[in-house]
Design a protein around this ligand. Structure first.
Ligand SMILES: Nc1ncnc2c1ncn2[C@@H]1O[C@H](COP(=O)(O)OP(=O)(O)OP(=O)(O)O)[C@@H](O)[C@H]1O
Ligand SMILES: [Mg+2]
Length: 284
């Protein structure tokens, strides 16, 4: 839980820090498109056309109003059918990767918002990106749901994308008043010391209101605690990218930070919470 909110707000915050950022909405619900104020009714050219018909990604990408440098490839409802239609297509797991590889506009980051379940759409995201970013909601025992996600990342790494790794974990919906939030945060930081960002995102009504205005919290209420936290988290992500590039021996070295050209960082954001991650759900 928190994938879409994380994707759109981190993307907007990175763009506001000067990066060129593309959000790919891979969820048929189209929540990321909505939150970015992007038209995504049934006739709009979308990620569906890219995945199923091989339309160039550039033909579906739209600029996001109000945020310079931020772009979105929208999802339309027909993407729900893509999960089935992809099964019989050639290179069904790598169609998004191919589309991205031939996208020629300069980009510093690509953030892919994944649907709730692990199907071919999510697999396409995990094949297209090198990095996985996981939002962890500090309201549940998040690590329970995480183990299944980690196994799936391992499977895709082993068979389809050797570069894939979990690079970033963002603690979100953090309520400093509850003991559970502190416990979850501590537990996650213990297990994933290198991946967890120092900044956590507070639970905030402003964050949850913003999408109904077709906005991220970054433009809806730039001075709010939520917006400031996303800016800080984005700054950490940008600094990590820059630092990684300074050390060629480091496994992250092939990814460029903002403004450095080369291959953009591509992150998928599958959910870590049991209620939203398909296979885990079956065990509940
Ligand atoms: N920091 C926050 N404070 C308050 N509400 C939040 C916060 N982050 C997310 N939410 C709310 O929680 C709900 C779920 O978040 P979100 O849509 O990002 O999850 P998701 O993982 O994308 O869900 P799905 O699997 O359905 O796509 C939304 O209503 C969102 O507005
Ligand atoms: Mg979502």
């Amino acid at each position: 839980m928190g994938k879409t909110t994380t994707t759109v707000n981190i993307a907007a915050a990175l763009a506001m820090n000067g990066a060129r950022v593309l959000v790919i909405d891979l969820d048929p619900q189209g929540n990321a498109s909505t939150a970015l104020g992007i038209d995504h009714h049934a006739d709009v050219p979308s990620v569906y056309d890219v995945l199923v018909d091989g339309k160039p990604l550039a033909d579906v990408v739209q600029p996001v109003k109000d945020v310079e440098g931020l772009f979105c490839a929208p999802a339309t409802i027909d993407l729900a059918g893509a999960e089935i239609e992809l099964v019989s297509l050639v290179a069904r797991e790598s169609r998004l990767k191919r589309a991205l590889d031939s996208y020629e506009q300069p980009l510093d980051y690509v953030l892919i918002d994944c649907p709730p379940s692990l199907g071919l759409l999510t697999v396409n995201a995990l094949v297209a990106g090198a990095e996985v970013m996981i939002p962890i909601q500090c309201e549940y025992y998040a690590l329970e749901g995480l183990s299944q996600l980690l196994r799936n990342v391992e499977l895709v790494r082993g068979h389809l994308n050797p570069a894939l790794h979990i690079s970033t974990i963002l603690l979100t919906m953090y309520d400093a008043r509850t003991r559970l939030a502190a416990q979850v945060a501590e537990e996650v930081r213990t297990h994933f010391a290198d991946q967890v960002l120092r900044t956590s995102i507070p639970r905030s009504v402003r964050i949850s209101e913003a999408p109904s205005y077709g906005q991220t919290v970054m433009t809806y209420d730039p001075g709010s605690s939520g917006a400031l936290s996303y800016l800080e988290a984005a700054r950490e992500i940008a600094l990590r990218g820059a630092g990684a590039n300074a050390h060629p021996a480091n496994p992250y070295a092939t990814q460029a930070g903002p403004g450095e050209g080369g291959h953009p960082q591509q992150s998928a954001a599958p959910s870590a919470s049991p209620q939203h991650f398909g296979m885990v759900e079956e065990n509940r």
